[in-house]
Design a protein around this ligand. Structure first.
Ligand SMILES: N[C@@H](CCC(=O)N[C@@H](CS)C(=O)NCC(=O)O)C(=O)O
Length: 210
């Protein structure tokens, strides 16, 4: 398999964690977002969305990090990244979507660029926008983790929602977001970071981080 990704991309980090949890080897294909390599014709030819991550498995391409992770989970079931019961799966997916749909898209690179370059928002207000959506979005996650405390998002083993939560905290720290109001989120984050799959794949440890 090949993973087209970027060290700082949190959606890419989600997939790197999932691949590591499953112990799956892959070739790391860097796409430098700050240099707009996602817009290059060669990349657009295989990536309809012109975003990372993009997984190549044989002759097939899959985009959208959550679709990629579920694809990996179905094609390589051990260890499972979703609970065995339907309610457990729904809860884990809901946590993942609370971050992937309700926080991340508002703060994506192209959205921030649009705020600054097209709408004339200054740096300070751009950062306020960023922090607002992270800090309020994480409260939703916090309420769920406080109500059903487990070591990880889905209970006693790391899975889909942890793959999404951890990269969001890396982003939050990069932009100096408040995190003291989400102690259960940070408890799960710390538990995940004690695992090699999360630590080894963190942005600074990627080949294109230099
Ligand atoms: N929902 C998508 C989000 C993908 C995404 O937004 N990727 C970002 C990096 S985290 C990207 O490629 N941004 C490039 C840009 O905004 O031009 C997923 O989960 O894969």
């Amino acid at each position: 398999m090949e993973l087209f990704n970027y060290f700082r991309s949190s959606a890419s980090y989600r997939v790197r964690i999932a691949l590591a949890l499953k112990g799956l080897p892959y070739d790391y294909r860097p796409v430098h977002l700050a240099r707009n390599e996602q817009m290059a014709e060669s990349y657009a030819a295989v990536s309809a969305a012109r975003l990372v991550p993009l997984l190549k498995d044989g002759d097939h391409y899959v985009h959208q990090s959550l679709a990629i992770i579920e694809y990996l989970d179905e094609t390589h079931p051990e260890p499972p990244l979703l609970p065995a019961d339907p309610l457990g799966r729904a809860r884990v997916r809901a946590l993942a979507l609370d971050i992937a749909c309700e926080i991340h898209p508002l703060n994506n690179l192209r959205v921030l660029r649009y705020l600054v370059h097209d709408l004339g928002v200054d740096e300070e207000n751009k950062n306020r926008w960023y922090r607002h959506w992270v800090e309020t979005g994480l409260e939703t996650v916090e309420r769920q983790l406080a109500a059903a405390p487990g070591r990880y998002c889905g209970g006693d083993r790391p899975g889909l929602a942890d793959c999404v939560l951890v990269p969001q905290i890396f982003n939050a720290r990069r932009f100096d977001c408040r995190l003291d109001h989400v102690p259960n989120v940070m408890r799960v984050f710390d538990a995940c970071m004690a695992l090699d799959a999360f630590e080894a794949t963190r942005p600074e440890n990627c080949p294109d981080a230099a």
